[in-house]
Ligand binder design. Structure first.
Ligand SMILES: [Zn+2]
Ligand SMILES: [Zn+2]
Length: 285
């Protein structure tokens, strides 16, 4: 029986499978929208055209739905909510949003325990940090974050060969996180503060120590070092988020990261800063 070969000697079935992946990518790009990213509120939307997810609920229900609708997203299409940790800038709108949507809420068991209020009204799906979850057409990988919450996690979302990472609220970059952020096509990464601005800024000393600690938040300098050492050459869109409004400036965060990208010689990357309190437009891959 003859074996049909395509160009380059690949079996025709392999070529057809690759073509199907490419067609699927064009028809169903992974789309990522930051509704807000700062200490005043965090929420993001991710979709591959088949499954639609909301990550964190740090805005009110009204504001979350308004920002989704302003971008052409019907909030009722959301299939599931994922929570990173119980700090109020990530969950302040969770109760009303979960009650309205009546969809599963994925979060670590310890985070669920920390969110006693209104728990019975929500469809919690607790998991262990580090678990891999299948949610619709997404494969979701959770990973532990060093941060002063009960059991905080970041996530990567993979669909059809594309990968989006969401990694904010962490005091430093352990190897485990560097590993999980490999090969992200789109990466939302915290660039919380400029160390000098934090030191001379208005925060009380105890709060400054908390932010600078290994369970606090990432500085621009740590992000710069991450770009130099470990940012994947596959990353096409790097979005800096969770900027402090007191201890950072969007232009400063952008400049520090852009210098590291230049020094690394990365040319095929789009660098964006998510302005505090503002939504982004859609990132697509
Ligand atoms: Zn936060
Ligand atoms: Zn936090």
């Amino acid at each position: 029986m003859p074996r049909f070969k395509g160009s380059g000697g690949w079996p025709i079935t392999t070529l057809l499978a690759r073509l199907a992946v490419q067609v699927n990518r064009v028809l169903f790009p992974v789309r990522f929208l930051i509704l807000a990213s700062s200490s005043a509120g965090n929420s993001a939307f991710i979709s591959d055209g088949m499954t639609h997810l909301l990550v964190d609920c740090g805005l009110s229900r009204k504001e979350t739905f308004a920002r989704l609708e302003a971008n052409g997203v019907d909030p009722c299409c959301i299939d599931a909510i994922l929570i990173t940790h119980e700090h109020c800038d990530h969950v302040s709108g969770l109760g009303p949003i979960a009650k309205k949507l009546e969809k599963p809420v994925y979060l670590t068991s310890a985070t669920a325990s920390a969110l006693e209020e209104g728990k019975e009204a929500m469809h919690f799906r607790p998991f262990q940090a580090g678990s891999k979850l299948s949610i619709g057409s997404f494969e979701v990988q959770s990973f532990s974050l060093p941060h002063d919450a009960e059991d905080p996690v970041g996530y990567t979302f993979s669909s059809n060969g594309r990968k989006v990472g969401v990694c904010t609220d962490l005091g430093y970059m352990p190897d485990s996180i560097r590993y999980h952020l490999q090969d992200c096509d789109i990466l939302l990464l915290e660039s919380n503060h400029d160390l000098e601005m934090l030191k001379v800024g208005p925060y009380p000393w105890s709060l400054k120590q908390r932010v600078m600690s290994r369970r606090g938040h990432l500085s621009n300098d740590v992000v710069s070092q991450f770009i130099l050492d470990d940012l994947s050459t596959r990353t096409r869109k790097l979005v800096l988020g969770h900027l402090s409004e007191q201890n950072n400036l969007p232009a400063l965060a952008h400049m520090v990261a852009a210098q590291a990208i230049d020094r690394r010689g990365l040319t095929n990357i789009d660098l964006t800063v998510s302005e505090p309190r503002q939504q982004s437009s859609f990132f697509e891959i």
